[in-house]
Design a binder for this molecule. Structure first.
Ligand SMILES: [Cu+2]
Length: 300
């Protein structure tokens, strides 16, 4: 429910195409070393990103070069809608809801009633992105984007409690008709999200992993990965995630944020990279009222 009203964006890119293997039967996956990247750099408070990228499979290398945590969500706008419609008609009511929570002490359900989103926005689609990630960290997300006009958004809060999007972390991205030749990566971990349940399949060990996230039934899940030290609690992370709670997404974060994969349409699969060391981890969706959609994992 919380995510129904949020959208933020970020994107950066240096367009790249993967050469098809000459004289070989094409495999259906490629390894990370064969990929070229589009780069998106998040700062406080902007996305440094390309204006246009090819459609098809794209690898985004995302770096948080700021001092605060950031994230990225891509919205695919409905036909005929532009970035200006998003900035002018979607973000003001979203910010009004947040101000009602921040300044008037309203809970999320009440705050959502103070403003309404335009009808057309219900036809926009969430098309993935990057989970919450701490300053100084990088990650890669790999996903298949259809052509269209997108908005990139970050809805983390500043230390003063302003939405990053309102400070400048909202940007247009055009995904061209021209297609990338890239193929999806080979994953060693599979996460399946379906009707408020998260299943993790594969061996979570120290080192580098490519995680496939399968968005089955229910277009409301995403995956964020946090590492917790001995003093940090799972409950504190769950309390921090809902954006429309007064303390939600307001730095400092209650754990180390390592990224993840944002919401994709039902039936889609997206990927992200994850570098693990021994420790205690939480894999969690922002739908924190549903305990099935999280997993606590100890890595020896
Ligand atoms: Cu941000």
């Amino acid at each position: 429910m919380h995510r129904n009203y949020v959208i933020v964006l970020v994107i950066a890119i240096t367009a790249g195409y993967l050469s098809p293997c000459l004289g070989q039967k094409a495999s259906d996956t490629v390894t990370s070393t064969e990929r070229e990247f589009i780069e998106i750099i998040a700062t406080d408070y902007a996305f440094d990103a390309p204006d246009e990228i090819p459609s098809g499979w794209t690898t985004i290398k995302f770096t948080n070069d700021g001092d605060e945590p950031h994230m990225l969500l891509f919205h695919l706008l409905p036909e005929g809608k532009t970035f200006d419609h998003f900035a002018g008609e979607v973000y003001p009511p979203v910010n009004e809801m947040w101000m009602a929570a921040r300044d008037d002490g309203m809970g999320p359900s009440e705050a959502q009633q103070v403003a309404s989103l335009p009808e057309w926005f219900h036809d926009a689609r969430w098309m993935g992105g990057v989970g919450f990630i701490d300053a100084g960290r990088s990650t890669e997300v790999i996903m298949k984007l259809p052509p269209g006009t997108y908005v990139m958004e970050c809805y983390v809060k500043t230390e003063d409690g302003e939405l990053h999007a309102m400070e400048g972390m909202v940007r247009e991205l055009i995904v061209a008709e021209e297609r990338s030749e890239a193929l999806p990566p080979k994953a060693d971990i599979d996460i399946t999200l379906s009707n408020y349940v998260m299943d993790i399949d594969g061996e979570l060990t120290p080192g580098q992993h490519t995680v496939a996230v399968h968005f089955e039934e229910g277009n409301y899940h995403n995956v964020h990965v946090a590492r917790l030290n001995e003093e940090e609690s799972v409950q504190d992370v769950l309390d921090w995630l809902p954006w429309l709670e007064r303390d939600g997404l307001w730095p400092p974060a209650p754990a180390t944020l390592l990224g993840g994969k944002n919401i994709l349409p039902e039936g889609d699969t997206g990927y992200f990279t994850l570098d693990l060391e021994p420790g205690r981890y939480l894999f969690v969706s922002e739908i924190t009222g549903h305990l099935g959609v999280m997993q606590e994992v100890n890595i020896e």
